[in-house]
Design a binder for this molecule. Structure first.
Ligand code: URA
Length: 406
């Protein structure tokens, strides 16, 4: 009889690895014994006994839909006593193609019920953290509810901007000392990387206005799935640069290369931008560069990803991120590169030709400056126009340099 020993009650990674191996050997759920190792018993090895071999090719072809894995992760964090078996049966029947109809699906119904419970508890836990005005070292969460609190430790850490915090739980505690997470028994030696991920994206329920460190905002933005683009793009491309930069540049949205690499302004427009910055005597390392929208919006044409202008929906969805960047960087001058950035920040339609090169005061009192987007330079039809527009752009950057020096 195969036995799987998990390192602790939230050891999703061992469960997942063992499940893949056992399913590739077509082992029925009833044949498996799932055990959680006693924290004092470090002699018993974690994993599957007896070990079963799986060749690399079979391993590579094994795939389970993301929605099912999401359901399984949600079930795991409820702490329901039958969760390990139940989750195994759900994956096995999917791979065998024997999922019953909705009406006869007792396992599916139970799993969905548990997942809903995990979502509700996650929402309640996060609302409690976000509303809490107790000192960070005196937090309390004493409602029962499996391991939802532990799975959301990252949420608490981000909400407190990586500052130390401590939370008493119903029968144990968890604590972030500014560097690592410490958990009470029975999870005291557990690696949080082996936990199922929280039932809701990190951003859901996060009070972004309360975060006081830029890396915490950036990390939260990485799990943002608010707009449709977040589901299509490769990754969130957050701003980068000096956290105390006097000069902040805001573009439209990442392009194809930015989307692949994960950094703003690194593609053709970014390279031209870098050249112009250098010519204007501004070091890119000393400024902060970001975009109005943090995901690449595109459509597919013959396998090529073609840029699509960011719309109202994406701009609105991303507004809290840009707002947080502005609040935390507090630049002396904010340069709006192109119409998307300018109209999002000035909150009205902007005709660049009419408004460029003139300092304006923004809603938070910061000085603002509108100029063209570097990709406008790339679109010029002739060499002469390109040179002329490039020089005008460099002049605007020089003006920016003078405005922060003044
Ligand atoms: N265009 C932008 O607006 N931003 C980038 O990051 C790249 C191209």
């Amino acid at each position: 009889m195969p036995t799987v020993v998990l390192a602790h009650c939230l050891d999703f990674v061992t469960w997942r690895n063992a499940t893949r191996t056992l399913i590739l050997h077509d082992v029925a759920a009833e044949e498996i014994t799932w055990r959680i190792r006693d924290p004092a018993d470090t002699a018993t090895p974690v994993g599957l006994t007896p070990p079963l071999r799986v060749d690399a090719q079979a391993r590579a072809t094994f795939g389970v839909p993301r929605t099912l894995m999401r359901l399984v992760e949600d079930v795991m964090q409820t702490g329901a006593p039958d969760r390990l078996d139940l989750a195994y049966r759900l994956v096995l029947r999917q791979v065998r193609g024997t999922t019953p109809s909705h009406a006869e699906d007792a396992d599916g119904t139970r799993a969905r019920h548990l997942a809903q419970e995990a979502c509700e508890q996650t929402r309640a836990f996060r609302a409690h953290v976000a509303a809490s005005d107790t000192p960070a070292d005196a937090l309390r969460w004493d409602r029962p509810g499996g391991f939802v609190a532990q799975c959301n430790a990252r949420f608490v850490t981000l909400q407190f901007s990586f500052h130390p915090w401590r939370m008493e739980l119903q029968d144990n505690m968890m604590q972030w000392d500014g560097t690592s997470l410490h958990l009470g028994a029975p999870l005291q030696d557990a690696d949080p990387a082996s936990f199922p991920s929280p039932a809701l994206p990190l951003v859901e329920g996060m009070d972004i206005d309360r975060i006081t460190a830029l890396p915490a905002v950036a990390e939260t933005a990485r799990s943002c799935l608010v707009c449709a683009m977040a589901h299509h793009a490769t990754q969130t491309v957050f701003g980068e640069g000096e956290a105390t930069a006097p000069l902040m540049f805001v573009g439209e949205q990442p392009g194809d290369q930015e989307d692949r690499i994960g950094r703003p302004f690194v593609g053709p427009a970014g390279q031209l931008f870098d050249r112009a910055l250098q010519e204007a005597g501004i070091a890119r390392d000393h400024v902060y560069v970001t975009n109005t929208v943090k995901h690449f919006k595109f459509f597919n044409r013959n396998g090529r990803r073609i840029h699509q202008k960011a719309g109202v929906e994406e701009i609105r969805a991303c507004a809290p991120w840009l707002q947080a960047e502005r609040r935390l960087i507090r630049p002396r001058l904010l340069v709006m590169l192109g119409a998307t950035a300018a109209s999002a920040i000035l909150q009205r339609p902007v005709v660049i030709g009419r408004e460029r090169s003139r300092p304006v005061t923004l809603d938070d009192g910061t000085c603002g400056l509108v100029t063209v987007h570097p990709s406008f330079l790339l679109r010029q039809p002739t060499e002469e126009a390109r040179t002329r527009e490039y020089q005008r752009f460099v002049e605007d950057l020089r003006l920016a340099g003078r405005l922060i020096a003044a």
